[in-house]
Ligand binder design. Structure first.
Ligand code: SAM
Ligand code: SF4
Length: 325
């Protein structure tokens, strides 16, 4: 089991499959950008070697992310191999644009569920936020994912002042018709787009108040385990649920069980701290499997606690699309 210095059981790993993306969300990356060379990213055998080491160390929950993970060549084979390692919960965070044709194949390969990013129901606003995205493609992806059984469907909404803060009521209203979890995420300042994020942050309390002014007081759904960063709520009578991820205004470090592996093979101990440990270089230098497990366990022990976002201090050594959210 992977434990850190604060006694947290780190059993949840997010693996970024690529830094590349077919969208250019305003809060995540600049429009003109050069992604890393393929040779500098983990190759499939390297990625699976490291994933197996984490699973042997007690990781039972893995999320694939990116960049856009569906751009990764061999995604279906990666899913099938990781599921074969005995992971209980294998999920993927995706912008959903390529899901319509692939959802069934990924489900058959062993993917359990997906989180899909959907920042607006208005195609024009959706385009403005994502710069290159098409609302129709993503909606088709969501419907295909549900049909393929990649459920519960979770939709991530990053609330950005001046872009979609007026859309949160319509998005919340989706839960009246669909059994989906819609999670409103506070914009986090990370990397070169961090200044934008500080200016455009909408605190969760404001988003929740806006939704309650339209639908009345939200009900807390019983059974919250404290590990998920968002306590579930419901519009009374709705089949779907709402959540608010308040990483900036109410950090959830006590319940954090996550580690992150970047596409270039660095173990990122916390999204909001710069600490990383390079795993790919020692792997390429011939480190043995047991030595790699020792390296991972030693690094995980140092996972930090807390952040300084409210004092406008944020990590600069990586971009959000390189870490994977
Ligand atoms: N491309 C995929 C997607 O958009 O779902 C996966 C990678 S993306 C980096 C993962 C999640 O991080 C998405 O839900 C995205 O909206 C969110 N995200 C990106 N930048 C963010 C930021 N600065 N603050 C909060 N969430 C962010
Ligand atoms: Fe791409 Fe996801 Fe970043 Fe948007 S949030 S640019 S879809 S990686």
């Amino acid at each position: 089991m992977l434990r850190d210095q604060f006694g947290r059981n780190l059993h949840y790993l997010r693996i970024s499959l690529t830094d590349a993306c077919n969208f250019r969300c305003v809060y995540c990356m600049p429009e003109h950008i050069r992604f890393k060379d393929r040779k500098d990213l983990m190759q499939n055998d390297e990625l699976l070697f490291l994933a197996r080491a984490f699973v042997d160390l007690g990781v039972d929950k893995i999320r694939l992310t990116g960049g856009e993970p569906m751009l990764r060549e061999g995604l279906t084979e990666i899913i099938s191999a990781i599921k074969g390692m005995g992971v209980n919960d294998l999920s993927m965070t995706t912008n959903g644009s390529l899901l319509a044709d692939k959802a069934e194949e990924l489900a058959v390969a062993g993917l359990d569920r997906v989180n899909i990013s959907l920042d607006s129901l208005d195609p024009t606003k959706f385009r403005r936020i994502t710069r290159w995205g098409s609302f129709a493609d993503v909606w088709a992806g969501i419907i295909a994912a549900e049909k393929a059984g990649l459920t519960p469907i979770k939709l991530n909404v990053v609330v950005v002042r001046g872009y979609n803060d007026d859309d949160v009521v319509d998005l919340a209203g989706l839960t009246l018709e669909h059994p989906w979890d819609i999670r409103f995420i506070e914009l986090m300042p990370v990397g070169s787009e961090g200044g934008f994020a500080l200016d455009a942050l909408v605190p969760s309390a404001e988003t929740k108040a806006k939704i309650e002014s339209a639908f009345g007081e939200l009900e807390a759904v019983p059974g919250y385990n404290g590990e998920d960063p968002s306590r579930p709520y419901r519009i009374p009578g709705a089949p779907g649920r709402l959540g608010f991820i308040s990483s900036v205004t109410a950090p959830f470090c006590a319940g954090c069980t996550r580690l992150r592996l970047t596409a270039d093979g660095k173990l990122r101990l916390c999204l909001l701290h710069e600490d990383e440990v390079d795993l790919l270089t020692p792997l390429r230098q011939g480190t043995s499997y047991d030595e790699m497990k020792r390296l991972i366990a030693k690094a995980a022990w140092r996972k930090p606690w807390g952040h300084k976002l409210q004092e406008s201090q944020f990590p600069l050594n990586r971009e959000m699309y390189q870490i994977g959210g």
